[in-house]
Ligand binder design. Structure first.
Ligand SMILES: Nc1ncnc2c1ncn2[C@@H]1O[C@H](COP(=O)(O)OP(=O)(O)O)[C@@H](O)[C@H]1O
Ligand SMILES: [Mg+2]
Length: 259
């Protein structure tokens, strides 16, 4: 039997920015090989939740577990921080993030962008990393762009480079924060295709998206966040086909009309 234990799990997570409570006790789990989508209105806390998973944000209460291993903390409340730097590095390098705005280094070629973190952070062998980077760029369909700079690429190509960069870390899971939101509709589809291929391969992924069709197509489980709490969650067929909460119904009809 394949291992479906959670790669990432959060339990009763609370997160505030100063007095603004953004996450009010959220539980979420990404079993190995599963795709979890997070949907919800702007400001509902989706990005914050994703960033709490790989410890890019501090949280004040609740647990974050990576492959069953709880993050260790020191301090409490707004003073709470992870206490083990090696653990933070291990978690962060194993949960590669893909951002809405690509965040590629403008002064590096596409190949250099993909090779940077495996070499500087993971101290991997240059030759091995280069071979892997070229293979991942091929995989996302831009193997011919190795020597180009980000500004010479379309948004869709830049985002595919960012996905190759995330893959080159050989992470346990991929975290996507609105990966298609900055793209024109025709470029959006080339990125959607790459994400679908990764889902088919059995990659563990958490995806924040406004694209309900993408969420419906690739997810094993969909979570609807509303004002820092999970309002409804379930398999995509149920969530999109027979939503039980009034708020989710409202959200879905608003997003469908906007599309
Ligand atoms: N760095 C920050 N400092 C203060 N407030 C923030 C910060 N980041 C996000 N917020 C606030 O937290 C809430 C949730 O934001 P976010 O997680 O980005 O929502 P979403 O991704 O669902 O649109 C919003 O009210 C937002 O303004
Ligand atoms: Mg966001």
């Amino acid at each position: 039997m394949s291992d479906t234990s959670p790669v990432i799990e959060i339990q009763n997570l609370h997160k505030a920015y100063g007095a603004l409570e953004v996450l009010k006790g959220v539980d979420i789990s990404a079993p190995r090989g599963n795709v979890i989508s997070l949907i919800g209105s702007s400001g509902s806390g989706k990005s914050t939740l994703l960033r709490c998973c790989n410890l890019l944000e501090d949280s004040q209460q609740g647990e974050v577990l990576f492959k069953g291993e709880p993050v260790t903390w020191r301090g409490t409340g707004h003073g709470r921080r992870p206490s083990d730097a090696a653990q933070v590095l291990r978690i962060r390098t194993n949960l590669s993030m893909v951002f809405q705005q690509f965040n590629l280094w403008a002064h590096m070629t596409i190949l250099q962008n993909v090779m940077e973190a495996p070499i500087t952070v993971l101290k991997r062998d240059h030759k091995d990393v280069e071979a892997a980077a070229r293979a991942y760029l091929d995989k996302v369909g831009i193997g011919d762009k190795c020597d180009a700079y980000p500004a010479q690429l379309s948004g869709g190509q830049q985002q595919r480079a960012a996905i190759a960069r995330a893959l080159c870390m050989e992470p346990e899971a991929l975290l996507f924060d609105e990966p298609t939101s900055a793209l024109d509709p025709e470029l959006e589809q080339e990125v959607v295709k790459v994400i679908k291929d990764l889902a088919t391969e059995g990659r563990t992924m958490m995806i924040v998206t406004h694209d309900m069709k993408l969420a419906a197509d690739v997810s094993d489980h969909v979570v609807f966040l509303h004002q820092g709490l999970i309002e409804e969650q379930g398999p995509p067929d149920t969530l999109f086909g027979a939503p039980s909460s009034e708020r989710l119904r409202g959200f879905l009809s608003a997003t469908t009309h906007a599309a």
